[in-house]
Design a protein around this ligand. Structure first.
Ligand SMILES: Nc1nc2c(ncn2[C@@H]2O[C@H](COP(=O)(O)OP(=O)(O)OP(=O)(O)O)[C@@H](O)[C@H]2O)c(=O)[nH]1
Ligand SMILES: [Mg+2]
Length: 435
C-alpha cells in the first residue's frame, strides 16, 4: 500500500474539519483547536510512521477515548474501509486489556509495530532504523567484546602483520563467532585486502571496519526462497527445551494476525501439562485459535487433527509447537519425522516451514543442536532467540556460515514485538557498532 503518499495526498487535499465550538469554553476550545490542527501537523511532518505517531499521540497519556479518536483519525485520513479501523482498534483494545496495560509507555512500541504490520510498513526506512536501534541495544554485550578489540586493532597506523591477523581471529572468537567462522572471516578479509592491492597496507580504521562489515553481511546472504503458495501455511517449531519455541510461536502468530491472517496454534508439546496451558494462554492473548488434546497425547495425532481443522476451516496459518524432549523412549527425531509424515499426507508439501529455534546464549552449543536437528529434523529455517543481553551474538555468524539455512527472525526480548525479521546487513552493522 502506498501508505506514505496516500496519507500525504489525503491530508494535502483536505481542509481541516469544521468545528462546532461553544463560545467561551476556553479549555475545550484549545483542545478542539489542537484536534483541528492535527491534519496540518501531520501533513508537514516527515513522512515517517514514528513522526506521525509523535503527533497523533501528543496529549495522549494512556488508554483513553482520545487515543481511539486519534487512531480513528489516522484510518479515516487513509480512507481505509471502516471495518479495518474497527478491527484494528478492537483488536488493540482487547490486547491492552489482556496485557493489563494502561499507560502509553507500556504500549507505544506495540502500537507502532501493529500499525507498521497492518499498513505494510515494515520495509520502510522508519522500521529499519527502529530495528537498528533495537539491534544495537540487544547486541550491546556482544559488541562490547567485539568492539573494544576491534577498536584497538583497527587503530590507524597499526601494521597488518601476522600478529594483526591473529588478533583479529581472537577478537572474533571472543564474540562467539566460533573457530571455523573466525578463521574463514580472517582469511576472506586478508584476501580482500590483497585483491585491492593493499595486502600489507592498512586502509585505516573505518576502511577496515567497512570491509569486515561487508564480509560479515555476505555470510548471511542466502538464496531467496519461493514463498508459500498452497494455504494453509504450516509451520513446525522444533528445538531443545527452553530455547524459546512456545514464545516464538506466540510472536509469529501475533505478526500473522496483525496482517489479517486466520491463525491456528496447535499444542504438539504434550510432554508437560504446563506447556499446553502456556500455549493456550498465549493463543488467547494474541487472538489465535487453539487446538490441543492435553498432556501425554500423541504429538503426531495433535498435528494431524490440527492440519485437518486448518484445511477444513480455511486457516491461512497453522503453527505447531513441539517438545524438546519426550515422555517415552521414542527418539525425538523419529517423532518429528512422524509429525512431518502425517501432516504431509493430508496437505502435500506441508509443513512448508520447519523452524529450528536456537537460544543465542548457548553459544557454540547452538551449532551442535543445529547439526542434530538439521540432519534428522528436516529443518529449513532458523530463528535465533535471546539475542538481547547475550555476549554470544556472534554465534549467528557461525550458524549461517556452517549451515545453508537462512536465519529468518531473531528474538530481541520477551515482548510480542521483540521478534524481528533478520536483516544480515543491519546485524553486521550492529555487531560492529556501525549503526
Ligand atoms: N530475553 C529473551 N527471552 C526470551 C526470548 N525468547 C524467549 N524467551 C524466554 O525464554 C524462556 C523459554 O521460552 P519458551 O518459549 O517457553 O521455550 P520453549 O522452547 O518452548 O521451552 P520448552 O517448552 O521447555 O521446551 C521464556 O521465559 C521466554 O520468555 C528472547 O528473544 N529474549
Ligand atoms: Mg514450549
Amino acid at each position: 500500500m502506498g501508505f506514505f503518499s496516500s496519507f500525504k495526498n489525503l491530508f494535502g487535499g483536505r481542509d481541516s474539519p469544521a468545528l462546532d465550538v461553544k463560545p467561551g469554553e476556553a479549555a475545550e476550545q484549545a483542545l478542539d483547536n489542537r484536534e483541528a490542527a492535527l491534519p496540518a501537523a501531520l501533513r508537514e511532518a516527515p513522512p515517517k510512521l514514528s513522526a506521525w505517531l509523535d503527533i497523533l499521540l501528543a496529549g495522549v497519556e494512556g488508554v483513553s477515548p482520545l487515543l481511539w479518536q486519534r487512531l480513528a483519525l489516522l484510518f479515516t485520513a487513509l480512507e481505509a474501509p471502516p471495518d479495518e479501523a474497527e478491527n484494528f482498534i478492537g483488536g488493540f483494545k482487547r490486547w491492552l486489556e489482556n496485557m493489563g496495560y494502561s499507560s502509553l509507555g507500556d504500549f507505544r512500541s506495540e502500537l507502532q509495530y501493529r500499525l507498521a504490520l497492518a499498513l505494510d510498513l515494515e520495509d520502510e526506512e522508519d522500521e529499519r532504523s527502529r530495528l537498528l536501534i533495537k539491534l544495537g541495544e540487544g547486541l550491546a554485550k556482544t559488541r562490547a567484546n567485539f568492539g573494544q578489540g576491534l577498536n584497538a586493532l583497527f587503530r590507524p597506523g597499526r601494521a597488518l602483520d601476522q600478529s594483526f591477523w591473529d588478533e583479529l581471529e581472537e577478537t572474533l572468537l571472543l564474540g562467539d563467532v566460533g573457530f571455523e567462522a573466525a578463521t574463514e572471516l580472517t582469511r576472506r578479509l586478508r584476501q580482500k585486502l590483497a585483491q585491492s592491492g593493499g595486502a600489507g597496507k592498512n586502509p585505516g580504521g573505518a576502511g577496515l571496519r567497512e570491509l569486515l562489515r561487508r564480509e560479515l553481511a555476505r555470510v548471511f546472504q542466502t538464496p531467496r526462497r519461493i514463498g508459500v503458495i498452497d494455504p494453509p501455511e504450516i509451520l513446525l517449531m522444533v528445538g531443545v527445551n527452553g530455547s524459546g519455541k512456545t514464545t516464538t510461536i506466540a510472536k509469529l502468530a501475533h505478526r500473522a494476525i496483525a496482517r489479517g491472517k486466520k491463525t491456528l496454534i496447535a499444542a504438539g508439546d504434550t510432554f508437560r501439562a504446563a506447556a499446553v496451558e502456556q500455549l493456550e494462554i498465549w493463543a488467547k492473548r494474541v487472538g489465535a485459535d487453539f487446538h490441543a488434546k492435553g498432556q501425554n497425547a500423541d504429538p503426531a495425532a495433535v498435528a494431524y487433527e490440527a492440519t485437518e481443522k486448518a484445511l477444513k476451516e480455511s486457516y491461512d496459518f497453522l503453527l505447531i509447537d513441539t517438545a524438546g524432549r519426550l515422555q517415552t523412549k521414542t527418539n525425538l527425531m523419529e517423532e518429528l519425522e512422524k509429525i512431518h509424515r502425517v501432516i504431509n499426507r493430508l496437505h502435500p508439501g506441508a509443513p512448508q516451514r520447519c523452524i529450528l529455534v536456537l537460544d543465542a546464549n548457548t553459544g557454540q552449543n547452538a551449532l551442535s543442536q543445529a547439526a542434530l536437528f538439521k540432519d534428522s529434523g528436516k529443518v529449513n529455517e532458523i530463528i535465533l532467540t535471546k539475542l538481547d543481553g547475550t555476549a554470544k551474538g556472534g554465534v549467528a555468524l557461525a550458524i549461517a556460515m556452517r549451515y545453508a539455512l537462512p536465519i529468518t527472525f531473531i528474538g530481541l526480548g520477551e515482548k510480542m514485538d521483540d521478534l524481528r525479521p533478520f536483516d544480515g546487513e543491519a546485524f553486521a552493522s550492529a555487531l560492529l557498532g556501525m549503526d
